[in-house]
Write a protein that binds this ligand. Sequence first.
Ligand code: ZN
Length: 296
Amino acid sequence: MPWLRISLLWLCFITTVAQAGTQLATDLKVLTSPEHAGRGSGDVEKNASARYIHARFTEAGLETYYQSFRFRQGLGKLGYGHNVVATLPCNAHVCDKSLVISAHYDHLGSRGSRYYPGANDNASGVVVMLDIAQRLAAQQRHREIVFVATDAEEKGLYGAHFFAATLNPERVALNINLDMLAVSGKNRLYVLASKQASDLTQAIAPAFDNQIRAFIYTSPASMARRLDTPRVDWLRASDHYAFHKVGIPFAYFGIGIDPNHHTHKDQFEQVDLPKLAQVSGHINAFISALSVAAAP
Ligand SMILES: [Zn+2]
């Protein structure tokens, strides 16, 4: 009964999409909840968000560890940060250079009795990263894929600088940095990509369609002109800069300007979850194009 098989296939497909969407929603809800208090960084103890992300990577079957570091918080005060690093090893016979996927999990914490949920900045990037880790864990991969949820980005990209210094740039093909992925009405995602990685970043455009459109730039100035943000240096605006500094090419994905950026309004209710699931699907398609090996 071929119609039955087709229906069942459709049912499986719809269920998988729905499950991915549900998990994205759950992760976003948790990371923006009062218990996570705006994911402020600086404490010597790992906060609830670091522990949640560690548990989610572990649950997906990835080898996961914390990478703690110290940084200066102004006036000589020391802050503590805790990156969460998770790895999917290459499981093909011949392995290419690694990919490093990054998304900062820290946000502004709380002031007085109110906290900053930071749904778009950057719970959105973290939940998409978790979704992609889960999907890629089930694949045959011809590269090692390292995921890093960085801390203390808002204070000066400290977690990313610390992590990037531990890498051998010769062994990393590309950093893919996710920061602010909650697309709104215009269905647009902006990408700033290193020129020297064009052999890899040429796979971005085919991974997108009219559902979510990707606008790709290799010049921060062109991106700033397109977004009408003359005062934003998109090269230094997020963690990809730390990878760039140590000579690792990058592709940075984000929505550009968010009117709710760094306000209390950047909250769960503002995120269009079906669109976030689409964004995750497209970025996953790009990363899969770079890393998924054909079944033997
Ligand atoms: Zn951010």
